[in-house]
Write a protein that binds this ligand. Structure first.
Ligand SMILES: NC(=O)c1ccc[n+]([C@@H]2O[C@H](COP(=O)([O-])OP(=O)(O)OC[C@H]3O[C@@H](n4cnc5c(N)ncnc54)[C@H](O)[C@@H]3O)[C@@H](O)[C@H]2O)c1
Length: 451
């Protein structure tokens, strides 16, 4: 099928490359010329495991350009632009609006298109986008058949390719059976898993075929917010119990394992630590509360989840302060800058909050991250930190080292070397990644979260 994707960020690029790999003819459009030029040169613009290899394999089927091509015949247009937070908490849909207008401009007479909101958008956005497009077509006196559908994306950064090729479910919100039919065809290689799995992203063992959920646009839109709010709440829930575990002397990692084995609860998203970050949970929880507010409805659980999450970041600073007493004049090493492992995304990254708080309190901050440093330098050029190319370098002169991001490689820290190079002896494991006994054995004081 002919597919045009508007916005080539984490969602648009992964989706575009995956659909190309599955055999569709994909045009990825982005306004950012740097992104388009890099992708045209065959390099990827984001760090995602398996993406560079998939791009190489899909190359013949995927084009990158800055302008939307003329939209003729039958096809699908996926809008995957950003929907950041406005100052009142609402999702800012100016980029979706612009994309819808630009798409409409390119629709040619006789076209039969499904335009899809893949971005996470406020309730009612399918109808809103439909209005933008139909008004444009009317003004230009173009006769075309255009359906608008909602198809929320559930991929997680760090495993975006995996989640795209092997989704748990695909949700399509559309009124028209014709639109559902076209999208079912688009996703049929995923629904039926008829493609050869790429070497770098193998199909999970005993992977069941994904469910296709067809529903109304409104239910699809709400599904996305409910999913993210639930996952955010699950993390905050375990963090709330971690705080109590610290007080009563329990180990939250064992509590989490014990409750996670209950099938009704499940083990994932029960890692106590610094809390969530990233581009979605913070933004989407705010947006759904703003929506509810307009209906005079109080989302008390989501509100509490947000409060617990950001309290957790300050808790880490307080733990440091309690241990070191005076932060002014200390040197603190932060392991990890990205909001989680396997990504270079820095949006709402806890590391940035820690850097700000520590700097405010007069500490010097040294940082390491396996992949995110170039992005930090580019996006936060004035950040008052010393960048270190490896962990032993980071340890030099540190009074404490904090594990901030759950990069797998931090599970095996060069503890002997770190101990020699550090001034102090504190390791604050804000992701509960390390084995406390082993850390103690190397002569460190160890502090985790809720253990
Ligand atoms: N990142 C995730 O993990 C994730 C997961 C699920 C859903 N989502 C949702 O998907 C949407 C996109 O998220 P993202 O992280 O990929 O965003 P992103 O910021 O990485 O990418 C958005 C891209 O759209 C481009 N763009 C904006 N307006 C454009 C236009 N008119 N024409 C062409 N390009 C345009 C930008 O230049 C940018 O490259 C958001 O609504 C987000 O909430 C994100």
């Amino acid at each position: 099928m002919n597919v045009t994707i508007i916005g080539t960020g984490y969602v648009g690029l992964t989706t575009g490359v995956a659909l190309g790999y599955l055999g569709h003819q994909v045009t990825c459009v982005d306004k950012n010329t740097r992104i388009v030029e890099t992708l045209q040169s065959g390099e990827t613009t984001i760090h995602e495991p398996g993406l560079a290899e998939l791009l190489r394999e899909a190359k013949g089927n995927v084009r990158f350009q800055t302008d939307i091509p003329k939209l003729r015949g039958e096809g699908v247009v996926l809008i995957a632009v950003g929907t950041p937070t406005k100052s009142n908490g609402d999702a800012d849909i100016q980029y979706v609006d612009a994309a819808a207008r630009e798409v409409a401009e390119q629709i040619q007479p006789g076209a039969r298109l499904v335009v899809v909101n893949k971005s996470t958008v406020p309730i009612g956005s399918a109808r809103h986008v439909e209005g933008i497009i139909s008004r444009n077509l009317q003004t230009r006196d173009v006769k075309a058949q255009v359906f608008v559908a909602s198809n929320p994306e559930f991929l997680a950064e760090g495993k975006a390719v995996h989640d795209t090729l092997y989704p748990d479910r695909i949700v399509i919100g559309a009124e028209d059976p014709g639109a559902i039919g076209i999208l079912r065809e688009l996703y049929s290689p995923l629904l039926e898993q008829t493609f050869d799995a790429p070497l770098e992203t193998p199909r999970p063992e005993r992977y069941p075929l994904p469910s296709l959920i067809t529903t109304s646009p409104t239910s699809a839109e709400l599904t996305k917010y409910a999913a993210n709010s639930f996952l955010a709440t699950k993390i905050s829930f375990i963090n709330e119990f971690a705080g109590l575990a610290e007080r009563v002397g329990a180990d939250i990692t064992q509590v989490a394992r014990a409750i996670g084995l209950d099938e009704r609860i499940g083990p994932r998203f029960l890692n106590a630590g610094l809390g969530w970050g990233g581009s979605c949970f913070g933004k989407d929880t705010k947006a759904i509360m703003a929506t509810a507010n307009r209906y005079d409805y109080d989302m008390a659980i989501v509100q509490a989840a947000v409060g617990v999450n950001y309290r957790q970041r300050l808790h880490i600073i307080e733990q440091l302060q309690q241990q070191l007493k005076v932060l002014r004049g200390t040197t603190i090493g932060l392991l990890g800058l990205a909001f989680k492992g396997n990504t270079d995304d820095l949006r709402d990254a806890p590391a940035l909050t820690l850097i700000e708080e520590l700097s405010d309190r007069g500490a010097m901050v040294r940082v390491h991250d396996p992949v995110a440093i170039p992005k930090v330098r580019h996006q936060h050029p004035d950040l008052a930190v010393e960048y270190c190319e490896d962990v032993p370098c980071l340890a030099i002169g540190c009074d404490a080292v904090v594990v901030v991001t759950d990069w797998q490689q931090y599970k095996q820290l060069p503890l002997t070397e770190m101990r020699r190079r550090m001034r102090g002896d504190l390791i604050l494991d804000a992701r509960n990644l390390l084995n406390p006994e082993e850390v103690h054995r190397h002569g460190f004081s160890y502090l985790g979260v809720g253990r």
